[in-house]
Design a protein around this ligand. Sequence first.
Ligand SMILES: [Zn+2]
Length: 302
Amino acid sequence: MTMQTTRSSHSPAYTWPEGRHSAFCFTVDVDAESPLLWNLKDETSPRLIGQLEQRLFGPRVGIWRLLDLLDRFAIKATFFVPGVVAENHPELLPAFVERGHEVGLHGYFHEIVSQVSDAEFTGALEASLEIFRKQIGVVPRGFRSPAWEMTPHMLNELKVRGFYDSSLSGFDHPYMIGDVVEVPVQWAIDDAVYFKFVGGGADSWPPSAPGPILDAWLDEWEMLHADGGLLMLTVHDWISGRAHRIRMLEKLLHRITGEPTAWITTVGEIAAHHSNSVNKGRYIVPLRNPELIAERRFGRAN
Ligand SMILES: [Zn+2]
């Protein structure tokens, strides 16, 4: 069956390397226990052992299942790792690198962007870089924001350091924003949206069954492949490392790896391709500073 293209844009089609019609990235946000540690900063937050254990399932079991799954399909993935997760589980970064994967930054304590100052963000970035340098002697090229929010200060820090970003969703192929290469994510292809369930009365709905989500992800991939786009899959160690979700991912990878014109590679490789191809001059959006918009619209800074 030939998939009807859905492309509807004023821009020309995105250009992939010779012989490739679309791209696919398998990314893991290795959050483990880091968001819970960040919550502990607040003295009034409950001290929850149940959620801590669920999250520690990630570094203990889930991440190794994901690594084995990737090996079975010979796929190189990108692992975005908070500094404190690397610090608490020093076996992780070396294992990712040894098995041929890319590693990228993901905050230190998985700091939520709306809760940190510019200076705190920079401090977290530098502390994370130090851990990566110490454990693997490698300075990552990429950054993914915790919970996928960004500020003008953060983008500028990435620009100054020459990092790519993978936290925004303005296209479904790479683009440039504020002089930073953006390799975009999208919430609909993130496992946490459907499967995150922490228990203890904190959740508003039950986790989805994997079947309908697999169908939706396969539809998204088939349409994006026909369109020449990028499918950026994001999973989490402690969520998708559960057995039946590994099975679901296996089915997804079976389908995608069966398509020889799909470029299956790391986020860093995609970012490098963007910078070294005709796409670089085609997809550039200005950085819209929300503070300046507020000033212009309402005559004051918020
Ligand atoms: Zn995260």
